[in-house]
Write a protein that binds this ligand. Structure first.
Ligand code: SF4
Length: 336
């Protein structure tokens, strides 16, 4: 894996970090995963060069329920764009779209795991395709989330083309250049309310309605996007930020009026994270020596990490940390 990483960096030259809330969390939770996916695998979504593409795809590995959550999010996004263009989808149309998204995601993941198995030349099977009965069960849960969205007062109105105000679904995968750095900040939906603009993030899989403290600051990233948009107001008090998330109890809304303080907080968060990412790169060196990059804090993170099959943390995190500390100590003694 180390050879693939350094090869990639030599070919692509300078690396500039991009901020997103998930990258921010991985940077804290497992710096090694951050480097593997966002540095070595950067651009792998569309790249043809193999190490980059493999690393990106390996990092995208997810348990079937997480694949379903992504399929629901993608289906809802397509549905919103169609509704905005006044194309009315019925619930069965949305269900069919969801089934296609999920089946495709499973198929791609199965294929990638077979390729990874060949590359690792491992005799032990690293992947078991999902049984038909399990697939049906997970699909049923995804359909329930869609049905609940259809019956939700706001989401339902938007999806049924029944909303009469000004609104716009957006692509959250577009980046924003800010004075602090480049970041993924675009909301999923913006609505012009009677008093304020509402910037909405849709989350298809949340533990609870209210985001944690860091989550509140991350949500303020939407505000940074809005004030950077030439067609939108620049004053913070003209916005509300909201998260509509699907929890065990159904779709729930959290919303707060935007404040200057959280705008400052998100600027600081982005700046701090981008600096931490640069420091990590300096630590890894120009050849990206992945062995010196810190491993995950907690071993439960490794259980659902796509790199666990060839990262030493995946089989024995504590052992791998002891080994890493011993190597660093030996290196320091050699230099002294
Ligand atoms: S297996 Fe664990 S230590 Fe290795 S990259 Fe994944 S989360 Fe990090």
């Amino acid at each position: 894996m180390e050879v693939e990483v350094s090869e990639h960096i030599q070919r692509t030259g300078v690396w500039k970090p991009i901020w997103s809330s998930s990258r921010s969390r991985w940077l804290q939770a497992c710096p090694r995963r951050y480097i593997l996916q966002y540095v070595a695998g950067r651009g792998g979504r569309v790249a043809l060069d193999r190490p980059k593409r493999w690393l990106w795809k390996q990092g995208r590995w997810a348990p079937p329920r997480e694949l379903m959550s992504r399929a629901v999010r993608d289906t809802l996004r397509k549905w919103m764009f169609e509704a905005h263009a006044r194309v009315l989808w019925t619930l069965p149309t949305a269900r069919k779209a969801l089934e296609n998204e999920f089946s495709q995601a499973l198929e791609v993941q199965n294929m990638e795991m077979m390729k990874l198995q060949r590359r690792l030349q491992s005799s032990k099977s690293i992947h078991r395709p999902l049984s038909e009965s399990m697939k049906k069960e997970i699909l049923k849960q995804g359909e329930l989330v869609l049905r609940r969205a259809y019956n939700h007062p706001l989401l339902g109105e938007l999806l049924k083309c029944g909303f009469h105000g000004e609104w716009q679904p957006l692509d959250p995968f577009t980046t924003t250049r800010t004075a602090t750095g480049t970041a993924y900040l675009t909301p999923d939906i913006i609505i012009k309310g009677p008093q304020r603009w509402v910037l909405i993030r849709i989350s298809t899989n949340a533990w609870k309605v209210e985001p944690d403290d860091v989550g509140v600051i991350e949500s303020a990233g939407m505000l940074l996007w809005a004030i950077n948009e030439p067609t939108l107001p620049v004053k913070t008090e003209e916005y509300e930020i909201a998260r509509i998330s699907h929890t065990e109890k159904g779709w729930r809304t959290w919303r707060i009026p935007a404040q200057q303080r959280i705008l400052e907080d998100v600027r600081v968060l982005i700046k701090t994270d981008l600096n931490a990412a640069r420091q990590l790169m300096i630590k890894a060196g120009p050849e990206i020596d992945i062995d010196v990059v810190p491993l995950s804090e907690k071993d439960w993170r490794c259980r659902t990490c796509g790199y666990r099959f060839n990262c030493p943390g995946g089989s024995d995190l504590q052992g791998a940390k002891i080994q890493q500390m011993a190597s660093e100590k030996a290196m320091r003694s050699a230099i002294a």
